[in-house]
Design a protein around this ligand. Structure first.
Ligand code: FAD
Length: 540
């Protein structure tokens, strides 16, 4: 990071890595502006990844991307930030030059409208004490769970004042990233602007929640304000902990290291699979909990299928390391998956955890349990490495009074209501429940939380109940899927009768669901409060 000062309140820099946001905060910056569109080059951290890291340190993040010259609207946006409360500002792009252009033009515009700006030492107005704004419901997180719940709530209580706190300007359909990694979907098809998925009637607050005070019914956000709620819904998802594996963050995006768990890297998976003619292709899965426990295997199978179709499987040697003791947590699905492990000739390593990556030497280090119970370190050379990172609760949640011992929001598994705070709910990946952390689970949970939040606001008992449903469409080959659908305790909960779709076997129908129906269901039903395929009859 090479920071250049424009004036006392404005500096610019070349690309910032998510791991550098701590230093940015320590240097006293309040606001980080990204002037790069996502996906300009392989390995570029996404705006969402930098925004998430910024949030961890209480920094406000604004995505103001452009290529070439900034247009007038972007300059005006930048001018508003310069005149705002959150200064000093650090703007960045690939080299810092683009940010410098927009910063200098916006600064000139600001100074021409505010002559005192050039003269006074402290040009900013004296801060008024932060007002506490109130909402009937605050939803923290505008991902799959936050938007679906806000939309379902509005269907039940159209006049409720609802705020969604979400820092990212972009919203992602993450289940599509497996298909992007196999060249079946484009990356762009999995992304929308957050403003376009925000339900009408909801106020979007573009900030991160940084603190929770459930005794005072308030949430602190990254611009320094506090917001008060009648009911709170926590839907921040989880944090991908790339830094937990030494060497991994630096290695990603080059020299054959990739992950479908990042929007900007999923196309790199596809490129690597297409380009690899021979060598070792290593796929990894960390300890639970992770979102979509099948996704590391899906990347493995679809890659193997591509190599098999092009006659390269054999010359390419696939290897799978998983920290789990079995290939899949629900035994009914294991035989079908094991048949694909044999068919593709995958070297399967159970109870084997990635602990380090040396990107320059192309070596991954694993820790395995030896038969006598002592851990052993094993080095594995790779030509391609697909990593699923360890996953933890976001820091703002884990350090709050809402967290249980594991850092996730401690809720009743059936009502999704907090175990200690009656007007607080959580769903999606950040909830402490033991279901499969999937968008499919969110589809069922959102109407239940909406119904139970409405009950609490009306002073009645929450009665809607969640059975732990989650679903994992295991893409075992291009055109066929083993559709795992199960609830709490591994109980099978198939959507379709067995004669139509037997989820324990690979089927074409399940592939059509994943490739065609489910994305549409997500964008046009789930995020719009249309509770199709949820089993919920709206009564409140
Ligand atoms: P997210 O969708 O991740 O949203 C969380 C939101 O909270 C984000 O927008 C984030 O910016 C915001 N946020 C974070 N911290 C804060 C804060 N402090 N303040 C305010 N906002 C905050 N599921 C399936 O059903 N089927 C699949 O086939 C499938 N495949 C997958 C494949 C991959 C590669 C991946 C990565 C996921 C897959 N999933 C799948 C899982 C699914 O995408 C997630 O379970 C789902 O997105 C969870 O929704 P969520 O709202 O809890 O979290």
């Amino acid at each position: 990071m090479n920071i250049r000062r424009i004036d006392r309140t404005l500096s610019v820099s070349d690309q910032i890595a998510p791991s550098e946001l701590g230093s940015v905060a320590a240097a006293g910056f309040q606001l980080v502006v990204c002037n790069r569109p996502d996906g300009e080059e392989p390995g570029q951290p996404t705006a969402a990844a930098v925004a998430a890291a910024a949030a961890e340190f209480g920094l406000t993040f604004v995505h103001l991307p452009f290529v070439g010259e900034p247009d007038l609207a972007s300059i005006a946006d930048m001018e508003r930030l310069i005149g705002g409360e959150r200064t000093p500002i650090l703007a960045y792009c690939r080299t810092g030059r683009r940010s410098e252009v927009i910063a200098r033009r916006a600064w000139a515009l600001y100074a021409s409208r505010t002559p005192s700006a050039l003269a006074t030492e402290d040009r900013r107005p004296v801060k008024q004490p932060a007002a506490v704004r109130s909402f009937d419901v605050i939803v923290v997180g505008g991902g799959a769970a936050g938007i679906a719940t806000a939309a379902s709530l509005l269907k039940r209580r159209p006049r409720s004042r609802i705020a969604v706190i979400e820092p990212s300007a972009d919203h992602f359909y993450q289940p599509g990233w497996t298909m992007v990694g196999a060249g079946i979907f484009t990356d762009a098809s999995t992304k929308r602007r957050t403003r376009d998925v925000m339900p009408d009637g909801v106020e979007w607050i573009q900030a991160s929640a940084v603190s929770f005070d459930p005794e005072a019914d308030t949430v602190g956000i990254s611009n320094g304000l506090k917001l008060r709620y009648g009911a709170l819904v926590v839907a921040t998802g989880l944090k991908l902990d790339w830094d937990a594996i030494p060497g991994l963050a630096e290695a990603l995006g080059r020299n054959g290291v990739t992950s479908n768990y990042r929007y900007d890297l999923a196309p790199y998976t596809d490129a690597l699979v297409r380009d690899l003619k021979a060598g070792r292709a290593v796929f990894t899965q960390p300890p639970m909990p992770i979102k979509c426990a099948g996704a590391p295997q899906k990347a493995l199978y679809l890659s193997c299928d591509a190599w098999a179709r092009s006659g390269r499987l054999g010359a390419v040697e696939p290897v799978f390391h998983t920290a789990t003791p079995a290939l899949f947590g629900v035994a009914d699905y294991v035989p079908a998956l094991m048949s694909y492990i044999s068919r593709y000739g995958v070297a399967l390593n159970l109870k084997s955890r990635l602990v380090a990556v040396d990107g320059d030497r192309r070596v991954a280090v694993f820790e395995r349990m030896s038969p006598d119970g002592t851990p052993q370190r094993v080095e594995e050379k790779y030509d391609m490495l697909h990593v699923c990172p360890p996953q933890v609760a976001p820091a703002a949640v884990a350090s709050s009074p809402l967290a249980g011992a594991d850092g996730f929001v401690e809720v009743d598994p059936v009502t999704l209501r907090h175990t200690r705070h009656g007007n607080v709910f959580a769903l999606g990946d950040v909830a402490s429940t033991t279901n499969a952390k999937t968008a499919a689970a969110v589809r069922k949970q959102a109407p239940i939380v909406a119904s139970n939040v409405a009950a609490v606001l009306d002073g009645t008992m929450p009665t809607a109940q969640y059975d732990g449903y989650g679903s994992c469409p295991l893409t075992v080959e291009r055109g066929r899927i083993v559709l795992a659908e199960f609830g709490y305790g591994g109980r099978l909960l198939p959507t379709f009768p067995r004669w139509l779709l037997d989820g324990t076997r690979p089927t074409r129908l399940a592939w059509h669901l994943k490739a065609r129906l489910l994305p549409r269901l997500y964008w046009h039903a789930m995020l719009k409060g249309r509770e199709w395929m949820t089993g919920t009859k709206r009564s409140v």
